[in-house]
Design a protein around this ligand. Structure first.
Ligand code: WTA
Length: 672
């Protein structure tokens, strides 16, 4: 096989060149013939009467008290949707399917790093959720209390989220890749009452002792009364009687029956902290009914989902759906947990990395579970391109019928490779633009009707109204680059920032009035009205689809006693989309041996390994305005090797010369 590989790669290159000449890709006819949405009229319905469009979608859910009011917009930007209705998210995700006789349908095919497998049907998942919900209650968790969840990709993470939803507790999931310091901060500001975590977690065969690390932060969290520990990989871990409890022991003791509480439509379902322009993460708060309406509708329509719950079989077997994100980010919340479960889908839940135990593991899993829908991020696709097409070529990917992309703009080369090598030119690609704040997909093709152009997320989802506006007055632009805004409320929009209502208004709704949501991305529209999202306009960087604030990384670096000053920027990176580059000034009396390692370790400890700078550039001084503000724009120019912009406003223009030399040296060192 090895002898053929270079030739195969060359052939793919030629094929990609052929595809590159194609500007638009119509939905493949075989796909279109069975598509859920085949009429463009859905766009008209959404545009003509967005409220009734969304009300119809909301009525697909089960309500314990049906809503009459659709939207309350009397106090923008604090909108309320379906607010006089009552429902329960876990009931909608579980009971509803079991009561309809679909208890035996598989909710998740879970696969562990070492090849372990666990199949969870809807009935099994419901039974475990009920018990864990009771266990949380036994620990004193009540409606409205915050429960932290810091778990790897094990089935219990889904159970914990749904158990909270069942009793009206508000979950606050922290991505397992964050360091415990980030967990401490997020638990402290949300005053979490309990934390669900794990003894230890596996990553590429190495086991990290999670509970022991969590113990370091517990003394600083007075409001946190209980810690629940899922036994996974860690073997022995320290446990404090009265405070710490093993998950399996709680489940065993707990009552098996637990009725889902009928909650107000606007009851908060979860808080998810995300990065903004400042070092302090924002606690995005999502509602119950509006959020579930948004994720269920988009999951069904954008992914063309055919589930066991559908009456019309469209000539298709039920899909096996796989969103390869981590449950700790919003993509996992909306499209691993809530959207798929609300729709009664069968999903794959993979514990591990894309390259362990080998670089073909994803394709092996697709073959094994006959995955028909794959949703992933451009950064993962680029990694696969680097590893070579021989890996997917070893497996049967013919079960795939739809591919999705999320998290950052997808470069046309990655799009075409995904289309050709993974999708065999028969699968539409849905490039979905959305954010933690929007809750659900906002700009996306509808795979049965929308022509796609590689690199464009195409058009707003029906019922969503987006514009590209000029940055001064907020007037819609006919062409050219501007700010992306959403100018009408939508059901799954964030309701507020946890305990920071003013910051919510200030961050998103102050620039062009309280009815215009300013996204924070730059975009342009082409002659067909298609949206091309360019990237962030604030100090948020997107590394491998992980959203980080430069200020957060800076604040970690300057916590080093020998660091005088630091400025962090995002630099374009072939592999990860953006990479973090830190410009650091050390104190003159620095005595250590390896400052670069120290800086990287510190960021790893304070935020998480994924946030460590790719490059550290030493600077005697940083470019500042006369008022002392660091000019990151100039640092970006230097890092990207661009001609320098205007430096006349600098306090000391010579600083730039010295820095440019350091960057050149760093480059030369990397090339060696
Ligand atoms: C970026 C992830 C271009 C964008 C769901 C946004 C994208 C930020 C796309 C949100 C896409 C996400 N094309 N850019 N298809 N999807 N982004 O909150 O900059 O982690 O503002 O949500 O990712 O990141 P977040």
């Amino acid at each position: 096989m090895a002898a053929h590989e270079p030739a195969a790669e060359e052939q793919i290159e030629r094929e990609l060149e052929r595809l590159e000449a194609i500007e638009r890709f119509a939905p493949p006819p075989d796909f279109q013939a069975h598509a859920l949405i085949r009429e463009r009229s859905i766009y008209e319905q959404g545009a003509r009467d967005p409220l009734s469009f969304w009300a119809d979608q909301a009525r697909r859910l089960s309500w314990s008290e049906p809503f009459e009011a659709v939207l309350d917009d009397s106090d923008p930007p604090f909108y309320r949707w379906f607010h006089d209705g009552k429902m329960n998210v876990s009931y909608n995700c579980l009971d509803r399917h079991v009561l309809a006789g679909r208890g035996d349908v598989v909710a998740y095919h879970w696969r562990g790093e070492e090849g372990q497998e666990r199949t969870l049907t809807y009935a099994e998942l419901l039974a475990e959720v009920k018990r864990f919900a009771n266990a949380l209650r036994d620990l004193g968790v009540r409606e409205g209390d915050v429960v932290g969840i810091y778990l790897p990709m094990v089935p219990e993470v889904v159970v914990a989220m749904l158990a909270c939803a069942r009793i009206g507790a508000v979950h606050n999931v922290v991505f397992g890749g964050f360091a415990v310091e980030a967990v401490r901060e997020r638990m402290a500001v949300s005053e979490a009452k309990a934390l669900v975590t794990v003894d230890g977690s596996a990553r590429r065969g190495a086991i990290a002792p999670v509970k022991a690390a969590v113990d370091q932060i517990l003394p600083e969290l007075p409001a946190l009364e209980h810690v629940v520990v899922v036994r996974s990989k860690g073997g022995d871990c320290p446990m404090q009687a009265g405070r710490d409890h093993f998950y399996d022991e709680l489940i065993e003791r707990a009552d098996a029956e637990c009725e889902a509480v009928a909650l107000d439509a606007e009851h908060p379902l979860f808080i998810l902290y995300t990065s903004g322009s400042t070092a302090k993460p924002k606690g995005i708060v999502h509602s119950s009914a509006g959020y579930l309406t948004g994720v269920a509708t988009t999951h069904r329509i954008v992914f063309d989902l055919r589930s066991a719950a559908d009456e019309d079989d469209r000539g298709l077997p039920p899909d096996v759906y796989w969103c390869a994100a981590d449950v700790g980010w919003v993509t996992g919340h909306s499209y691993i947990v809530y959207g798929p479960l609300a729709n009664g889908a069968t999903s794959v839940l993979w514990e591990g990395a894309p390259d362990y135990p080998h670089r073909g593991i994803w394709w092996e899993l697709i073959e094994r579970y006959r995955v028909s829908i794959l949703y992933t991020a451009p950064t993962a696709i680029r990694a696969c391109i680097k590893w070579g097409a021989q890996w997917p070529a070893r497996y049967d990917l013919s079960s795939l019928r739809l591919l999705g992309s999320v998290g950052e703009p997808i470069n046309p080369k990655a799009w075409l490779w995904y289309h050709k090598v993974i999708g065999g030119e028969r699968c539409p690609i849905v490039d979905t633009w959305w954010q933690t704040e929007t809750g659900a997909i906002m700009i996306t093709p509808l795979p049965g009707i929308t022509e796609t152009k590689p690199g464009s997320a195409t058009l707003p989802f029906p019922g969503i109204s987006a514009e590209v506006v000029d940055e001064h007055e907020g007037k819609p632009l006919a062409g050219g680059q501007g700010l992306l805004v959403i100018d009408r409320p939508w059901p799954s929009m964030a309701r507020t920032l946890y305990r920071e209502g003013e910051r919510f208004v200030e961050t998103y709704f102050s620039r062009f009035g309280k009815r215009t949501y300013v996204v924070g991305d730059a975009a342009r529209r082409d002659a067909d009205g298609y949206f091309w999202v360019i990237g962030r306009i604030d100090d948020v960087v997107n590394v491998s689809g992980h959203r980080l604030s430069t200020a957060e990384v800076e604040s970690a670096i300057v916590s080093h006693p020998d660091v005088a000053e630091a400025a962090v920027i995002g630099q374009h990176d072939e592999q990860t989309g953006q990479a973090i580059v830190a410009f650091v000034t050390l104190r003159a009396d620095y005595q250590g041996a390896d400052p670069e390692q120290e800086v990287r370790d510190l960021v790893g400890e304070r935020i998480g390994k994924f946030a460590r700078p790719k490059r550290v550039i030493w600077a005697e001084d940083l470019p500042k305005t006369r008022s002392g503000k660091i000019m990151r724009r100039l640092l970006r120019d230097i890092a990207e090797g661009r001609a320098l912009g205007d430096v006349t406003t600098l306090r000391d223009p010579e600083v730039m010369q010295a820095l440019a030399e350091h960057v050149a040296q760093a480059r030369a060192a990397e090339a060696d």
